[in-house]
Design a protein around this ligand. Structure first.
Ligand SMILES: [Zn+2]
Length: 254
């Protein structure tokens, strides 16, 4: 039986675990994601040196890079279908949002019948992004997540919520630049009852559309994470406490 979590190893592909043909930094769909911002709730990872949204022109070459390694096969054949499908889905969803409709109704297209290859590919893309976020901050490879991301499993763990990102209008009003894009780092959710992590989450914004996505897992997985990867589990907990404290401060000053 495959292990639930494989230890983080910077010398291995963060998706399949291979040591062969590793790419250097890899980009996730730089044509779609062109600028970065951070400051997401519960964020423990950041990318590049970015703390501010950036203009597409200046950031295109270095935006959305992950330091964690991915092998050539995972970066190409294993994930290309998902990349292409997500770009297609994203375009349809942003068009719906622009028309004042719920962007999630993009899933109503028969193309995205639940469980079909295009539907799974949309979620495989998000699974890959989440797996890269976990690796980026030294977290272990969550086997079920990465196997789904690279198409070795059809068991989708990822859920997504879509809506308008209020920051887009602010960005657009001040820059006239419609290419607003970015992502949050890695967030974790915790069970109040057990104090164990019970999920990972992140977000991605493209234009006015924001995706909040993540996975949740039961207490057994959370317990395993804490026992096998105590430092990582502790960092998640600390990051969450800091975020909660910061948001208390923010609401007081608001
Ligand atoms: Zn790989």
């Amino acid at each position: 039986m495959a292990e639930v979590f494989a230890p983080h190893d910077p010398a291995r592909c963060c998706l399949c675990g291979s040591v062969e043909d590793l790419t250097g930094e890899h980009k996730v769909k730089a044509s779609t994601i062109r600028a970065l911002f951070s400051g997401e709730p519960m964020m423990i990872g950041t990318f590049d040196e970015g703390a501010r949204p950036r203009r597409a022109q200046s950031s295109k070459s270095k935006a959305f890079h992950f330091q964690s390694r991915v092998c050539v096969v995972c970066n190409s054949t294993r994930t290309q279908g998902a990349d292409v499908e997500f770009a297609r889905f994203d375009e349809a969803a942003r068009e719906l949002l622009a028309q004042g409709a719920d962007p999630a109704t993009a899933f109503d297209d028969p193309r995205y019948a639940v469980g079909g290859p295009p539907y799974l590919n949309v979620f495989r893309y998000l699974a890959k992004v989440l797996a890269c976020h976990i690796a980026e901050v030294g977290g272990p490879r969550f086997t079920a997540l990465v196997e789904f991301a690279i198409g070795r499993s059809d068991a989708n763990l990822v859920s997504v919520r879509m809506g308008a990102d209020g920051r887009f209008q602010f960005w657009f009003d001040h820059t006239g630049d419609p290419e607003f894009a970015g992502h949050g780092g890695l967030g974790a959710t915790f069970s109040k009852r057990t104090g164990l992590a019970n999920g990972f989450a992140s977000s991605l914004t493209h234009g006015a559309l924001r995706y909040e996505f993540g996975i949740s897992f039961n207490w057994m997985i959370g317990l395993l994470l804490r026992i096998q990867h105590p430092t990582f589990h502790q960092r998640l907990a600390e990051a969450r406490r800091e975020t909660l404290a910061a948001s208390d401060g923010a609401s007081e000053s608001a």
